[in-house]
Design a protein around this ligand. Structure first.
Ligand code: SF4
Ligand code: SF4
Ligand code: FES
Length: 272
């Protein structure tokens, strides 16, 4: 049995530092196993978030050797030096050890109106072309791990959470915009508060996505094109004006009732 050193960030949002833990490995061990071993045998106060240990819940997001990754999907034998640094995601406020406050992502998500079927299709079963299903299916694989948000320099280095919803939310908007039964035009939101123009297509988000979603090529670039078509293409504007291109019949965002976009805050249960 080999030993490795897990160099884990310990501390809160005021102070902290890296602490070395020797860990005995076993075949197939992932970083989350090593964290669990530390909790069981060395320090039960080490805080980390996890749920499924199957790369499906998106809870165990962290930075492994400086790269955003799911701890339950990262094998320790990928690191031949035998020392692995594990820290919290840096784009979000730190709470304790490996835990960050990712609630900003949910607040931005709540600003995006959900699927709103055209009134004539309300209550009827959707009939979709397979190509349309395949296109949206890729976006529906998102597990909301927020690793793409963590790596995006607009949110991480420049902290422009005031101007950009981030790649995860671009994936969500793309899934809605490209849904053939949806009746809303979210391009005003994309250009404005969602800030699709802030993305400069570095593709870092695509590189870290554990679901291999082509975030930039399949979601962000098509959304940028839609915004450019609507707001910046003079020829298209002229052709629409003289009736050669049909106007978009999707309803503007302002037609959405507010209660569809609210985030529901549950009061914490009293501790008995
Ligand atoms: S491609 Fe855009 S969204 Fe993705 S990391 Fe780069 S700037 Fe951020
Ligand atoms: S798009 Fe990929 S990286 Fe981003 S939250 Fe979804 S699964 Fe995670
Ligand atoms: S524990 Fe669920 S994704 Fe890692």
């Amino acid at each position: 049995m080999e030993k490795i050193t897990l160099r884990v960030f310990r501390g809160d949002n005021v102070s902290g530092g890296l602490v070395d833990y020797p860990v005995e490995t076993f075949p197939g061990m992932v970083v989350l196993d090593a964290i669990h071993q530390i909790q069981a045998e060395q320090d039960s106060t080490l805080a980390c978030r996890w749920n499924c240990k199957a790369a499906k819940c998106g809870s165990c997001s962290a930075e492994v050797d400086g790269k955003p990754a799911l701890m339950c999907k990262t094998r320790v034998d990928q690191y031949p030096t035998g020392t692995i640094a594990v820290g919290p995601m840096r784009a979000f406020p730190h709470i304790k050890d490996l835990i960050t406050d990712v609630s900003w992502n949910y607040r931005m998500s709540a600003k995006i109106p959900p699927l709103t079927p055209r009134p004539e299709n309300e209550g009827k079963p959707f009939k979709l072309q397979q190509a349309d299903v395949d296109r949206v299916q890729e976006f529906r694989k998102c597990i909301e791990c927020f690793l793409c948000q963590d790596v995006c320099h607009v949110l991480r280095e420049h902290d422009r959470k005031d101007a950009f919803f981030g790649p995860r939310q671009m994936v969500r908007i793309a899934a809605l915009e490209m849904h053939p039964m949806d009746s809303l035009n979210r391009r005003e939101q994309l250009k404005g508060e969602a800030g699709v123009g802030m993305c400069n297509i570095t593709k870092c988000c695509t590189e870290v996505c554990p679901e291999h979603i082509h975030i930039t090529d399949n979601a962000i670039i098509p959304l940028k094109e839609r915004v450019a078509d609507d707001y910046y293409d003079p020829i298209r504007g002229l052709l629409t004006k003289i009736g050669i291109i049909k106007r978009d019949t999707k309803a503007p965002l302002s037609s959405v009732p507010n209660d569809l976009t609210k985030i529901i805050v549950h009061e914490p249960r009293p501790v008995k």
